[in-house]
Design a protein around this ligand. Sequence first.
Ligand code: ASP
Length: 380
Amino acid sequence: MSVPPRELDRRHFMGLSASAAAAACGSTSGLAGETRRSLSPEPRRLRTRPVLVGSGNCLPGMKAAFPRLVAGEAPLDVAIDVVKVVEADPEDRSVGLGGHPNEDGVVQLDAAVMDGATHNSGAVAAIENILHPSEVARLVMERTDHCMIVGRGAYEFARAHGHEHVELLTPQTRRIWLRWKETLSERDDRFPPPSAEDSKQASRSRREAELLAQADAILAERPTGTIHCSALSVAGEVACTTTTSGLSWKIPGRVGDSPIVGAGLYCDAEAGSAGATGRGEAAILSAGSHAVTELLRGGASPLEAGLEVLRRVTRQARRAAAWQPGLVDEAGVPTFGLNFYVLGLDGGCAGVTLRGGGEYAVAEPDGGVRLEQLVALHEA
Ligand code: ASP
């Protein structure tokens, strides 16, 4: 039987690398990995109590979907249904419909899913005009041999699978974006927009003045946000998803951590699950969610694992501050936000943050569906 050249090359390469590795380690066996004891033996999977953990904006979705996890549904089905509530909510400005747009006023979404049972993942990045990027990420996982599809290709892929074209910029987010644009610089030809106070004086509608005041509050801080949900089923299987409109006013085409496996999410049937929200660049540079999951594999509790990676992120930010000074303050504490949501295979979970307050969402049979305080590494 003839072997296709690509397959032959791969076998040849694998044979060579196995013997090269054996030689480097001084092994007398040709296939070192098969004859030696694994450093991370597969743990016995236990039936466990079902748990969901995720960012605070998961709460409404968790309330609706948690009973299905308790009833034995697959963790990925439930996690995706949790985040879809916020993808479709025009009032959440960090995800899906009503998410803040990029510099050009276009909403570009990033999303990924990961399934511990099959150790597979799918993602879309910089996708436009699709309401549920988390579902499209799942289609990438289940209907292709790829892990990520981006931009126009992701949109066409979603359309081919029957997803509708949807305008994701709402009248409110369009106006907030326009205000951002008009206040960005004094060196362009756009006049500054009327202030909220001026609008009141000019007896425009109260609603109008409220909207402008709200826009100014949003613009005073660069708005961020995302939704992540990790799930553990009664059968002890883990899965997770992260979905976002990313950093507000981002450079068109910028992709954050959310759709990147290992950064914005990661799960492993032998270790647990984790996800991130906050400064995507820091989650990418620390391979944050993977790092957390590896610490779980090594025996750390969810809280210890999350805080340890935030310590690493702090040290990394201090080094990066040599060329990007605003990244840390005088005390060496990162000025940006980063949170991890962590779920162990025994149902233990934690939510951690670099500094300050904030809440995360948890659903478990004994404690109900609730918000908990994030544990901060640094004082506010
Ligand atoms: N992590 C997201 C991103 O960098 C943004 C956020 O969570 O605030 O795109």
